[in-house]
Design a protein around this ligand. Structure first.
Ligand code: MN
Ligand code: ZN
Length: 343
């Protein structure tokens, strides 16, 4: 059997380059994709460090997966050899309550590529053709990995039922927060971005944030009152920071009848109060992964409403994944998205 190289997290804290059998197409996984690039996401870091409660080990991680179709069979009709594709990371059972209600991203039997089953830090993957989406022409492989975090942003704005009337607070402006900003802008609402890094706030401002808050220098509650109509507070707040305290903070600052969207995977307990939620009748909603949002994002790119060109910041050969994760740990302010490249 032909072998391929892969990046495996053996157990928390231990990353290894392994050899594994080259995947073969079959009736279900009827498309063979030569992986060309895979992004490093906060959740990949969480799996590496052991703080992602959903992950199982050992695991070939990576869920921001783009490549080139090299072989199809068994009724594959959506793509053909030579197509450049991004792969949906969600696999679902199709028959549980969530699936029957059109929410396969929270399927009871959910298996996420790179989390519960092996993902994209390897040279080849065999996947069902329905999970492949054509990358727009002119978008490089390395920037195309950003389609995935953009789908995550589309999902969160959809969960928030964001409209032009809303006044939105985005907490955290890293890779996820900046994607959130670009999607939220399309809804035409007022947007406040909060972070601890001035460079990221300046970039957010340049990318259309109406107001920014530096959490280290300013009081978020006071600033949220100042920046919203009638000191109402944000009507929607989305947690793109996912720190221990962020949920409590958002419950405090969000206005009456507002929506608070959580996206974190931390299992560290945090204190919130009944009063904080009940008195304002807040909706606290989780937003996990994405619910078939790839085509929507690809269409937004084609319409010129989303531009991912140049949005990745660093690349590493995938066999140097350890160096890439170590570099990510430096939290260098220039890091936007680190991408592992396959030969
Ligand atoms: Mn991701
Ligand atoms: Zn299901």
């Amino acid at each position: 059997m032909e072998k391929i190289k892969a990046v495996q997290i053996v157990k928390p804290g231990e990353l290894r380059i392994i050899e594994m059998d080259k995947p073969q197409i079959d009736e279900v996984n009827n498309v063979l994709v030569k992986i060309r690039a895979s992004g490093i996401c906060g959740s990949d870091v969480g799996i590496y460090k052991g703080s992602n409660a959903a992950a199982t080990y050992p695991r070939v991680i990576g869920h921001e997966i783009v490549g080139e179709v090299v072989e199809t069979g068994y009724g594959a009709s959506k793509v053909k050899a030579g197509d450049r594709v991004i792969i949906d990371q969600v696999t679902s059972c199709g028959h549980c309550y969530a699936c029957r209600h059109g929410r396969p991203n929270v399927c009871q039997n959910l298996k996420v590529r790179g989390v519960h089953i092996d993902g994209g830090y390897r040279e080849y993957m065999a996947v069902p053709d329905r999970d492949c989406y054509l990358i727009p022409e002119g978008l490089s492989y390395q920037d195309a990995v950003l389609i995935e975090p953009t789908t995550i942003a589309v999902q969160a704005c959809s969960r928030a039922q964001l409209t032009a009337e809303d006044e939105l607070l985005i907490l955290g402006c890293g890779a996820l927060g900046s994607r959130m900003l670009s999607i939220a802008k399309l809804h035409g609402c007022k947007i406040i971005v909060a972070d601890v890094v001035d460079e990221k706030l300046a970039e957010a401002k340049a990318n259309g944030a109406d107001y920014t808050i530096n959490l280290l220098k300013e009081d978020i509650e006071e600033k949220c009152r100042e920046y919203t109509t009638d000191a109402y507070g944000p009507t929607v707040s989305i947690d793109c920071a996912c720190t221990k305290d962020s949920l409590g903070t958002l419950i405090r600052v969000t206005g009456n009848a507002g929506r608070v969207i959580t996206m974190g995977f931390s299992v560290t307990p945090t204190e919130v109060t009944n009063f904080g939620i009940t008195s304002k009748e807040l909706d606290i909603r989780g937003s996990r992964l994405q619910n078939r949002k790839f085509q929507e994002v690809i269409d937004l790119i084609k319409e010129g409403k989303v531009d991912l060109n140049g949005k990745s910041s660093h690349t590493f050969p995938f066999t140097e994944a350890q160096a890439a994760f170590d570099f990510n740990d430096t939290h260098d302010p220039s890091i936007r998205k680190i991408v592992l490249m396959m030969p």
